[in-house]
Design a protein around this ligand. Sequence first.
Ligand SMILES: [Zn+2]
Length: 485
Amino acid sequence: MSAVKYETVIGLEVHAELKTLTKIFCSCPTEFGGEENTHICPVCLGLPGVLPVLNKKVLEFAVRAGLALNCEIAGFSKFDRKNYFYPDLPKAYQISQYDLPICKGGRLEIETNGEKKTIGVTRVHMEEDAGKLLHGGASITTSQYSLADYNRTGVPLIEIVSEPDMRSAEEARAYIEKIKAILEYIDVSDVKMEQGSLRCDANISLRPVGSTKLGTKTEIKNMNSFRSLQKAIEYEVTRQEDILEERGTIVQETRSWDEEKGVTVSMRSKEAAHDYRYFPDPDLVPIVVEPAWVDEIRAALPELPEARRQRLVDELGLSLYDAGIITGTRAIAEFFDRVVSQYNEPKIVANWIMGELLRLLNANNLEISDCKVTPDKLAALLKYQAEGTISGKMAKAVFDEMFATGNEPGAIISEKGMVQISDEGALLAIVGKIIAANPQSVADYRAGKEKALGFMVGQIMKETKGQANPGAVTKLLKEKLDALS
Ligand SMILES: [Zn+2]
């Protein structure tokens, strides 16, 4: 090992597909799937003589995202053409924004290992998505042919560019998770990394500790989950470190993450902005945004994850950690609120959501929106438990059944005869029976062996197939035994 220690510098470029009904410059549907080349028209195919018209909803969503990321919203911005040839881009240029983006100068707070840190958001700009290629072989260079599907061409995107403020793979992961949560809260994107509606490229470089000059960077693409983002960055940092240790040179290039092999591989040398010959798109008028409209959008912003998390801590007494999980997505936070509105025990509700509900959702790879257990049903179940109708153990079994079938907890409890026996008369009869049947245990208990009590409680639970209320049983049994002496 050499004495030089390196600092990792990471910046992320996040692309999010906006969930507008139609594309950015034409009225084709943005809907995912559909038969190939059916969501297309002369505009998104860039046929001669057509003119693009900006979808106002795209501008509104971009402004909403910019405000949520604490950006300045530009009163004047414009679209530019980014010129390059690739078969998924029918016009041979992408309509994007270059020097005058709609939003800039934002920031976002992340937390890793309990430490907070602010990450700068350089800019947010609008652009159109490209189509999809399906190669006849393993890659475009080794295929006899490739098929082009232009359904995705012209689907609106925002690109969120961060400052190179992150210093580890964990920070990068915390940042993208935060971006995802915010975009989900403000309802502008589906943010599904696996389906490609949220995509992320990472710029990574190393520099000697103490240096303020940026090292040569590589750009990593093709990471389609939080986990692969983290793994790709960790791999790339080690790869660059090894090169620098050997006194080698880092080549500025674009590299692709190979999930199967767990390595990054060189794709192409990195382009610079001037390679794209950006120029203002003459077919689109510049965008002038009125401050009053921005104020309207700001006023309509929902409560963001950070504020909601703090509210759960301050008003409902949840721990910061629990509140962080509950507010991790807007859907979970709303589910929680609806349960608590009917069963006002926030801590218990949070434990059920974080324990049983999220466990089963993860195990079944489901979103909370697909879940058959509604907030009403969970609240009803918790009330049955609180009233002592069922034990905690039974409640978990009922919950599993609710999750699988979507049935009402009351129906499951009576159908399975799961009602807990708390009635003193009924319990006293069973207690008497067990005392009579176990004279040795009674003698042991009277001789001071506490263990004998546990044994007899166990016998009663067995006798009642677990339906006796264990607290009530222990109390009654003790009273009876103590009365014998
Ligand atoms: Zn179209």
